[in-house]
Design a protein around this ligand. Structure first.
Ligand code: UDP
Ligand code: MG
Length: 162
């Protein structure tokens, strides 16, 4: 049992997920939250904010050489972004699976982008792509005290570990 608990604790991760202005304006907040919540992941932080263009540039700094960078940063800062941190075993990688491929034309049906978006420039959601970016993005968008640590009653049923 102790080994199971330790293995469970070691696998726990957090990832940064954001509904971009198109997803907020299209009324998709609750749909997107539901997909993560129903999977069994745990919401540990939320905020709704209109990021400045400078902030958007920080968030997407890895893409600064790409031709779409300026338009992307204009778009992210064009309206409210619904920012979240989700916690769970494997949530970084599996969160990307729930989201689907970057280009919604290539996202599988059943994924968020596959079901709810059509073009790459309006693909409604962002998710961290690995442990390092998850850490950096959570740190950029949230203060440590905005992350809530708690035990969900569902956890023992989701993981089979007490
Ligand atoms: N993007 C775009 N045109 C492209 C590729 C990407 O407008 O040809 C946008 C798209 O909104 C994407 C974001 O840039 O979600 C970040 O690109 P990335 O490759 O990191 O994709 P993601 O991690 O969001 O799947
Ligand atoms: Mg990315």
């Amino acid at each position: 049992m102790l080994q199971e608990q330790e293995a469970h604790a070691a696998e726990m991760e957090r990832t940064f997920i954001a509904i971009k202005p198109d997803g907020v304006q299209r009324g998709l907040i609750s749909e997107i939250i539901s997909r993560f919540e129903q999977k069994g992941f745990k919401l540990v932080a939320i905020k709704i904010v209109v990021p400045s263009k400078d902030f958007a540039k920080k968030h997407y700094h890895d893409l600064k050489e790409r031709p779409f960078f300026n338009g992307l940063c204009d778009f992210l800062s064009s309206g409210p972004v619904f920012a979240m941190v989700w916690e769970g075993e494997g949530v970084i990688k599996y969160g990307r699976k729930l989201i689907g491929a970057t280009d919604p034309q290539k996202s599988e049906p059943g994924t968020i982008r596959g079901d709810l978006a059509v073009v790459v420039g309006r693909n409604i959601i962002h998710g961290s792509d690995g442990p390092e970016t998850a850490k950096d993005e959570i740190g950029l968008w949230f203060k440590p005290e905005e992350l809530v640590s708690y035990t969900s009653n569902a956890e023992k049923w989701v993981y089979g570990v007490n």
